[in-house]
Design a binder for this molecule. Structure first.
Ligand SMILES: Cc1ncc(COP(=O)(O)O)c(C=O)c1O
Length: 447
């Protein structure tokens, strides 16, 4: 029992210490992490009963509740339907599924549903080393769990993007059921429009994985995949979309082909891959949806501006920032080749010691197996932007990073300055401080 008690106390202490460390003392630059507003956090706390409840069953073609197999659902059904309608409104589409517990789950449901409907087990994707997510790859979910045959699209390392002409030939030769675009290292919009017409030739569905860029899409700062021809958009709700951890899928139900596909995806969501829905996320997802509807344009614009400012500044100060001839990035991310300074592993570790948290990353020209010490780091600006960083703050942050990366100062020495700097950003912008504040703000729109 003593061991048991000790483990629990260690866990509580680590949980408390974590909140202090990462929320208050670190500058968070991991591109896949989100930044929730106080109102989103409050909504999560308000939903503690919901967090214990079950809701399982089918949805209809509007993404609403169709059948549920438990009693006690009268408010739960309203919550599920409102959450779906808010998301559809934000992304200007007529179908969604908000029941996914993560972006990987959204990919699972979409890849499985579509490969079943098309009776075609081939999927073409960007290569993993060029930014695709492991769930797209033959070594991950798509290959090892779903048994799909994965064929890589061609990638142009100079352009940092998918090579349209060579990829079109690959799609025509492979005749896949799915063409999946979107990525984890995602600097520039993918050629959705260009590859859509090729996918149509072979009757393939186009899936766009917006896990990273969903919030930027909402803010109109990145390509709008549904308007460019994607049939399905899968995403996380906790990266640039500033909600609780979860996933969603979007689509436009416009014809019988899409109806068949949506039914296939819905069937994979329930009953194939969920029982309960983890309901307590949904009101908090809805708060984040409203925040993006109201402030998403400004938030997305500043996020991209901050990323571009950092790209220019790091480049001017001697770092090999990718995409120089294209303005470094059109998203919230930067990729930097740090081989000259010991590689991604050393740089990420030393920055961690200075309380600047980011991740090492394979770059498109790296050997895919070199994950231990890849050439690059990936830097994401969505968290600092939401905390209020503007261009001058970004440049100061870059100076701190440069001093560590270039071995000019010891990480421990820089850490004190990072903590002091972080203290100046103790608010969350482009969002609400409380649920009450959100309601008051929205009341003016009620007739
Ligand atoms: C492109 C892409 N898709 C899917 C995922 C998986 O999302 P989640 O972590 O929500 O499962 C990620 C994660 O970072 C990603 O980068």
């Amino acid at each position: 029992m003593e061991e048991f008690a000790k483990l629990f106390i260690d866990l509580v202490e680590a949980s408390r210490a974590h909140e202090q460390y990462r929320d208050l003392e670190c500058i968070n630059l991991i591109a896949s992490e989100g930044m929730k507003s106080p109102a989103v956090k409050e909504m999560l706390r308000l939903c503690m009963d919901l967090e214990s409840r079950y809701s399982e069953g089918e949805n209809d073609l509007q993404g609403h509740v169709k059948a549920r197999y438990y009693q006690g659902q009268k408010y739960i059904t309203i919550i599920e339907n409102c959450a779906a309608d808010l998301v559809k409104n934000l992304f200007n589409c007529n179908w969604t599924d908000v029941r996914l517990v993560s972006g990987t789950h959204a990919n699972l449901a979409t890849f499985k549903g579509l490969s079943t409907v098309t009776k075609n087990r081939k999927m073409v994707v960007a290569p993993l080393s060029c930014g695709a997510h492991i769930s797209h790859d033959y070594t991950g979910l798509a290959g090892q769990v779903l048994g799909l045959e994965i064929i890589n699209l061609a990638y142009d390392v100079e352009e940092l993007n998918i090579d349209v002409d060579r990829s079109a030939d690959i799609i025509r030769a492979a005749r896949p059921g799915l063409v999946t675009l979107g990525a984890s290292l995602f600097l520039f919009p993918h050629p959705v429009k260009e590859l859509k017409s090729v996918a149509e030739e072979v009757d393939a569905y186009v899936v766009y994985d917006a896990a990273h860029v969903l919030g930027l899409i909402a803010g109109g700062e990145f390509q709008d995949p549904l308007r460019e021809g994607a049939d399905f958009v899968t995403a996380s709700t906790h990266k640039t979309f500033p909600g609780p951890q979860g996933g969603l899928i979007l689509a436009e139900l416009k014809n019988s082909r899409m109806e068949e596909a949506i039914k296939g995806v819905q069937h994979t969501v329930f009953p194939l891959s969920t029982s309960n829905v983890h309901l307590a996320r949904l009101p908090a997802v809805s708060v984040a949806t409203i925040e993006l509807k109201l402030f998403g344009r400004e938030l997305a614009r500043q996020t991209v501006k901050n990323a571009q400012t950092a790209g220019q500044y790091l480049y001017e100060n001697g770092l090999k920032v990718l995409g120089e001839d294209k303005g470094f990035t059109r998203s919230h991310q930067l990729a930097v080749d740090v081989r000259e300074y010991g590689g991604g592993k050393r740089v990420a570790k030393d920055l961690e010691e200075a309380n600047i948290i980011l991740n090492r990353n394979l770059l498109p020209y790296d050997n895919q197996n070199n994950r231990e010490n890849p050439s690059g780091i990936r830097i994401g600006f969505q968290d600092v932007t939401r905390r209020g960083f503007k261009e001058s703050d970004i440049k100061y942050l870059c100076d701190l990073m440069l001093s560590v990366i270039k071995y000019k100062r010891k990480p421990q020495e820089v850490k004190e300055e990072v903590i002091a700097f972080k203290k100046q950003f103790n608010k969350v912008e482009y969002g609400f401080n409380s649920v009450e504040e959100a309601i008051k703000y929205l009341e003016k729109y009620l007739k």
